[in-house]
Design a protein. Structure first.
Length: 103
């Protein structure tokens, strides 16, 4: 049978994980992927890829910096309340996806 202390320890680990992995942090990871993808093809791609993929690096930087900055600002405004952070960030990410879908 599970002991209360073990369940509380598992809950605290999940809570910390949910506190760190938020929609805007996932957006920052997408920006990081874009930067690394562009860097890889800039270094090891064909001449056409070496010409085209630096743009991916340049476009990945504002995505990553913007997501991290917005996450930091929301975390400060929400006083590190995980539920509020997730709610605000989910709405923002949903609006951005909706705007990109219809543009």
């Amino acid at each position: 049978m599970w002991k209360a202390k073990e369940l509380l320890g598992a809950y605290m680990t999940i809570e910390k994980l949910i506190n760190w992995i938020t929609p805007l942090i996932l957006g920052a990871l997408v920006g990081l992927y874009e930067i690394l993808h562009g860097l890889y093809y800039t270094l090891y791609g064909t001449p056409d890829q070496q010409r085209d993929y630096p743009l991916e690096i340049v476009l990945g930087l504002p995505i990553m910096i913007g997501c991290l900055g917005a996450h930091w600002l929301i975390r400060r405004l929400a006083h590190s309340n995980t539920r509020t952070i997730w709610l605000i960030e989910s709405i923002l990410v949903g609006l951005v996806i909706y705007g990109l879908y219809w543009s």
